[in-house]
Design a protein around this ligand. Structure first.
Ligand code: HEM
Ligand code: HEM
Length: 178
């Protein structure tokens, strides 16, 4: 069993850690809200909250990516090599991409709808210049649903990988983000 503990005291910085966990909660909540909004119809109005939280996720993700590009992440343990290292990086790029694409597709097709895109009752988010007949609106709507499932699958994989590192490989990968 690999038990390399190089770099074990190094963690992601506090801003990166805070953004990771705040966004994880918001994204899991928004995925659940999106997937369950039909089932919850008549119980609670999910979509206005879903849209506002999606826009918040987009803003925090843009900030998080800028933060990530300008600060150094801690090194991975030395035993994470080759295909595993590349796979982890590809999964992270995939997660960031979906963190942008889900809100952007939602914003595009909701802009063509008749309802405003409110931000928790504070103000209305400006609508993008698209109307119902535009091909991009249909594609964005379709894409939003399909990418939602892809996102869910990638998150399950990501969490499984984190738990494998912690409980099976017993390395410091999860502690670097805790
Ligand atoms: C990370 C952010 C987001 C995630 C993970 C997400 C996820 C989802 C999912 C999984 C669905 C269900 C798809 C379906 O079954 O049709 C959904 C529906 C929906 N989303 Fe999002 N969404 C996000 C952001 C947004 C944003 C920013 C908006 C608009 C400003 C938005 C507007 C909507 C609307 C209006 C629906 C209902 C669509 C329908 O019933 O046809 N979403 N979302
Ligand atoms: C919606 C849920 C989540 C999303 C979107 C997400 C996204 C991400 C992203 C994009 C990174 C890459 C950080 C970087 O830029 O280097 C990351 C790292 C990490 N995440 Fe998550 N995460 C989620 C939930 C979780 C959960 C629930 C756990 C723990 C069980 C977790 C554990 C980790 C760990 C340990 C790292 C560091 C991995 C490394 O250093 O290579 N994440 N996460």
């Amino acid at each position: 069993m690999a038990t390399t503990f190089d770099g074990q005291r190094e963690r992601y910085n506090s801003v990166a850690r805070a953004l990771h966990w705040i966004l994880a909660v918001l994204i899991i909540g928004n995925l659940a809200g999106g997937l369950l909004h039909d089932a919850l119809e008549g119980v609670i109005e999910v979509i206005p909250l879903h849209k506002a939280t999606g826009i918040l996720i987009l803003a925090l993700t843009v900030f998080r990516i800028m933060w990530r590009l300008t600060t150094r992440p801690p090194p991975l343990p030395g035993h994470v090599r080759g295909a595993e290292r590349v796979g982890a990086q590809a999964a992270h790029v995939g997660l960031y991409t979906l963190m942008l694409l889900l809100p952007i597709t939602g914003w595009i097709f909701s802009s063509a709808g008749k309802w405003p895109i409110g931000f928790y009752g504070l103000f209305d988010v400006p609508k993008l210049p698209f109307t119902k007949g535009d091909p991009i609106v249909g594609a964005a709507h379709e894409g939003h649903e399909i990418l939602g499932w892809v996102f869910l699958a990638l998150i399950v994989l990501h969490v499984a990988a984190a738990l494998r590192h912690h409980f099976i490989l017993k390395d410091n990968v999860l502690r670097r983000m805790a």
